[in-house]
Design a protein around this ligand. Structure first.
Ligand code: PRP
Length: 210
């Protein structure tokens, strides 16, 4: 199966977690747990079309064939909020390598500013999933994908929890070949560049910096 350029995952278990994440009544502990659950569901869908290799397996009765992932998986968290999605991914792909890109959005210009980069070896050969809960203007995602392309990533994908149409359009314009997996496509951005209805600032809600 080839994933569509934008795949909005439609599953009751994910929808339930997104409702928890949207609620202003959800505290930090529950927010973190719901984000990890949601990230696991997104990972399951985002990995649906990764290349597989045939392997030989010996059952207790005979030899048969099975599947293994053909390429290593790398999860790249866009700091800070992307950290909240890493554990969910690792529940499904425990041997994945994990990279970090430090990026903060300047709330006046809405432009992303880089402040950190740590990438494991093997970017070129990996299936790379850039993870960030929020896709708002798309500035951070485009910058993160640009950094990963410069680092040599060939098979590159973006996974976010809540996306605004503006952000999806920006990523599609800059990276038409990068599939986006999202948990929800929201109405749009407000004047401050916040996703509406959204869930507020995911990084602040995870780390208590509201
Ligand atoms: C938020 C969010 C994305 C970015 C989305 O991060 O986690 O990275 O903004 O906005 P954009 O699509 O308009 O670029 P923020 O810069 O607030 O940093 P944080 O994760 O440290 O809170």
């Amino acid at each position: 199966m080839v994933l569509r350029p934008l795949h909005v995952v439609d599953h009751p278990l994910l929808a339930r977690q997104i409702a928890v994440l949207r609620s202003v009544a959800t505290g930090r502990e529950q927010f973190r747990a719901a984000l990890a659950e949601a990230a696991g569901a997104l990972a399951y869908e985002a990995l649906r079309d990764v290349p597989v290799a045939e392997v030989t397996v010996r059952t207790p009765l005979e030899e048969t064939t099975g599947a293994a992932l053909a390429h290593p998986v790398m999860v790249v968290a866009v700091l800070r909020a992307g950290l909240g999605m890493v554990d969910g991914f690792l529940r499904l792909v425990p041997d994945a390598a994990v990279g970090h890109l430090g990026m903060r959005r300047n709330e006046e210009t809405l432009q992303p500013e880089d402040y950190y980069e740590s990438l494991p070896a093997g970017v070129e050969a990996s299936t790379v999933f850039v993870v960030d809960p929020m896709l708002a203007t798309g500035g951070s995602a485009v910058a993160a994908l640009t950094r990963m392309r410069r680092a040599g990533a060939r098979d590159l994908r973006l996974v976010c929890l809540v996306a605004a149409p503006e952000g999806v359009a920006a990523v599609h314009a800059a990276f038409p070949d990068v599939p986006i997996t999202a948990g929800a496509l929201d109405r749009g951005l407000d004047a401050r560049g916040f996703i509406r209805p959204g869930l507020g600032d995911a990084g602040d809600r995870i780390f208590g910096t509201e």
